[in-house]
Design a protein around this ligand. Structure first.
Ligand code: NDP
Length: 312
């Protein structure tokens, strides 16, 4: 049942809401969409009433924003990872931070495999080759690289990493991984760090959280270890890879190629990266299908937020 406007809890959306989302959200909440950016004066007026903040995996929720929200009860992220939420500041305020793990594992794993196939088999280049009429004028394309049966290394064998491993097994790939801890229950060989793993594989897929713990973990040394027949796939966060080192490695054929869904300064992707022929780039869209975004939206206000006045 829709609550009268006056009694609906006030929520600040710090992202542009996806099309299917505002309707159901407004049935339950008074929603201020990016008001803190679009109208700071009006935001200052309503800020004391705001009880929830909603954002996406890339949304910034800094301490300075929380400071302005004395009634804040929850930060709810529609995405996996909350590396741009100031979690210590939320803990100080006893404000839970939630996200939507699990419901997008298949989708992100599918895109990781799609990027692996695209970069190794040069699918975007092949598409352009046919559309631009080059097949008829220049003949067949140069040969590509086989993915089936190759060696896959997964940096971060969590929920999504395991879904990638499951798919890669169907391609006859061998699987190894690295992470902070060895998981003895898993049937895959463990390597103590990304460099050791890169030395042992053909495809290195990065699927860790972002944030300080993983910043620039894939650096010049890791790329050199991956080598001239190795491919890097990043579906994690742009911050995990040293983007400048990657551009240089791609320009100098230190590695064979890269498939990237995420970047250091989204949505701005360096011109040098966009000009390269040995990369396939997608605009942070690993979970962006109707089905999965809907599942994430359906799940995002968790039961841990009891919005009734009596609960406050
Ligand atoms: P999980 O928490 O299930 O898995 C994360 C994995 O990363 C774990 O295996 C963890 O292993 C490992 N890890 C964590 N910190 C480190 C570290 N410092 N060094 C090495 N490994 C580390 O998360 P999910 O699989 O659900 O999601 C993973 C990430 O995928 C998200 O945090 C997000 O960044 C990204 N993502 C990207 C999307 C996109 O649109 N491209 C969509 C959804 C998620 P251990 O604890 O043993 O270190």
């Amino acid at each position: 049942m829709t609550e009268p406007t006056s009694t609906r809890p006030a929520v600040l959306a710090v992202m542009n809401l996806p099309p299917f989302y505002p309707g159901p959200l407004r049935e339950q909440f008074t929603v201020y969409e990016r008001l803190h950016e679009t109208n700071p004066e009006e935001f200052a007026r309503v800020a004391p009433t705001i009880r929830g903040v909603t954002g996406g995996g890339e949304s910034n929720v800094p301490r300075a924003l929380m400071d302005k929200l004395p009634a804040l009860e929850i930060v709810s992220i529609m995405g996996v990872g909350y590396d741009k939420v100031d979690v210590p500041a939320a803990i100080e305020r006893k404000v839970p931070v939630t996200h939507t793990p699990g419901v997008l594992d298949d989708e992100v794993a599918d895109l990781a495999i799609a990027l692996m196939l695209s970069v190794a088999r040069r699918v975007p280049q092949a598409d352009r080759y046919v559309k631009e009429g080059l097949w008829a004028t220049k003949g067949n394309m140069p040969f590509a690289r086989k993915m089936s049966g190759a060696r896959l290394g997964i940096v971060g064998l969590g929920r999504i990493g395991k879904a990638i491993a499951q798919r890669a097994a169907a391609f006859g790939m061998s699987i190894a991984y690295t992470g902070r801890t060895e998981r003895k229950e898993l049937p895959y060989p463990y390597h103590p760090n990304a460099k050791a793993l890169a030395e042992a594989v053909d495809f290195l897929v990065v699927i860790t959280p972002g944030g300080e713990g993983t910043r620039k973990m894939i650096d010049r040394e890791v790329l050199a270890a991956l080598g001239p027949r190795g491919y890097l796939i990043n579906v994690a966060r742009g911050t995990v890879v040293d983007e400048q080192a990657l551009i240089e490695a791609l320009q100098q054929n230190v590695i064979a190629g890269a498939g990237l869904d995420v970047f250091e300064n989204e949505p701005n992707v360096p011109q040098a990266l966009r000009e390269l022929d040995n990369v396939v780039l997608t605009p942070h869209m690993a979970s962006a299908t109707h089905e999965t975004r809907q599942a994430m939206a359906d799940w995002r206000w968790p039961t841990c937020w009891n919005t009734s006045p009596a609960a406050r």
